[in-house]
Design a protein around this ligand. Structure first.
Ligand SMILES: [Zn+2]
Length: 378
């Protein structure tokens, strides 16, 4: 598998891509044509960040990075402890950083502010120090001062960490990122001194399948895997060009024409997040999901856990309090395709095997997988 660094990502230097840090007008999420599976996967991860991140694989020029930046621009602002580098959530006492913990122990009226959800881009050439932060042991020991310089994992707390060309990133670093994303904390240890801080984020990786896949062990730890294809429908292709030209001509006008679509989607996200804890999944559905995973020989339990979570997130996003068979069907392919056993030379399944098993275990309704209810994402 090639592991060559690319300058394209390196120049981005881990900058945040949301509104607070850039005056650049971002292409609106609701103007993205097609690619329903990718859009759905990203939105479900916003509704339930515990789904475990998203991989977006597709050829160059299919709008993967645009989609992630558009998502950042769409997210409703969140409440943060004012001045905290990690953007701690004042309502979650057990997820505070050391400074915030101290603040709260001395004062029960700590100042808060509303801010953008961070979406941090990880440059491909980034070192582990840059990602995790650095601990200056000499200063810590000699001067007794706090000598921790936070890294990108600190900035990504409560947001998204985006890696373009994730398949070219060093396996070890992907491991570190997945560990932090799963545990919600970043721990930096050096010579017996240990520093930790909250680092709860959704990992989004994108890549070009022609440049190689991630190792299966790493793939399995991502929640959803979506494939982007070059659109062949002529009307949609023309629509892409037209919209892009209108955006390039006058980004501000283009964006303001879509304000109500964007606001509507933002409201649905907010409502979906609120509704999520109340969404139920009945046992019969869990049985069907398990049966599906067994029939596909999926190792471990991440497959069914992901389908169940994603189905609940989908129900919440659509304003319902019960996950249905149809929800499970619509998220099954993106939850499982990277977990199927395959020969080393085989590529990740397009979904055909899963569709077939779905047809046998979860009887098909009127809509087809993920492509059903396209309007749902607007
Ligand atoms: Zn804090």
């Amino acid at each position: 598998m090639p592991k060559k660094p690319k300058s394209k990502s390196a120049v981005k230097s881990g900058r945040a891509t949301n509104r607070s840090s850039s005056d650049r007008v971002v292409y609106p999420f609701t103007a993205i044509v097609g690619q329903e599976e990718m859009k759905l996967a990203l939105l479900l991860s916003v509704i339930d960040p515990h789904i475990g991140g998203v991989i977006i694989m597709g050829h160059r020029g299919t709008g993967k990075s645009t989609a992630v930046r558009s998502l950042a621009d769409l997210l409703p602002p969140i409440k943060k402890v004012k001045g905290c580098f990690f953007g701690c959530d004042p309502d979650r006492a057990n997820e505070l950083c050391q400074d915030c913990k101290q603040k709260f122990s001395h004062d029960d009226r700590v100042a808060t502010e509303r801010g953008a959800v961070p979406v941090v881009e990880l440059p491909l050439g980034a070192t582990e120090d840059r990602v995790c932060g650095t601990l200056d042991i000499e200063r810590a020991l000699v001067e007794g001062v706090k000598a921790f310089e936070p890294g990108l994992l600190a900035r990504a707390n409560r947001g998204f960490l985006y890696i373009d060309e994730v398949n070219l990133l060093d396996d070890h670093l992907v491991d570190v990122l997945l560990d932090a994303a799963a545990s919600g904390r970043n721990v930096v240890e050096r010579e017996g001194i240990s520093v930790s801080h909250p680092s709860r984020f959704v990992l989004v990786g994108s890549g070009n399948p022609e440049e190689g896949e991630l190792r299966p062990q790493l793939l399995d730890r991502f929640g959803l895997y979506t494939q982007i294809t070059t659109i062949t429908d002529l009307d949609q292709r023309v629509e892409i060009v037209e919209k892009r030209e209108r955006f390039d001509d006058d980004p501000v006008a283009f964006q303001s024409a879509l304000t109500s679509d964007q606001d509507q989607l933002r409201r649905r996200i907010t409502r979906g997040k609120k509704l999520l804890p109340r969404v139920e999944t009945d046992r019969a559905l869990l049985m069907q999901i398990a049966e599906l995973c067994v029939s596909l020989n999926v190792d471990g339990h991440r497959g069914e856990l992901t389908i169940a979570r994603a189905a609940r997130a989908l129900a919440a996003f659509e304003g319902r309090t019960k996950a249905t068979v149809d929800d499970a069907r619509r998220v099954a392919v993106m939850s499982l395709r990277h977990r199927l056993r395959r020969d080393p030379l085989e590529t990740v399944d397009s979904g055909a095997r899963i569709e077939q098993a779905l047809g046998e275990i979860i009887p098909k309704r009127a809509t087809t997988m993920t492509t059903g209810r396209l309007a749902a994402i607007r």
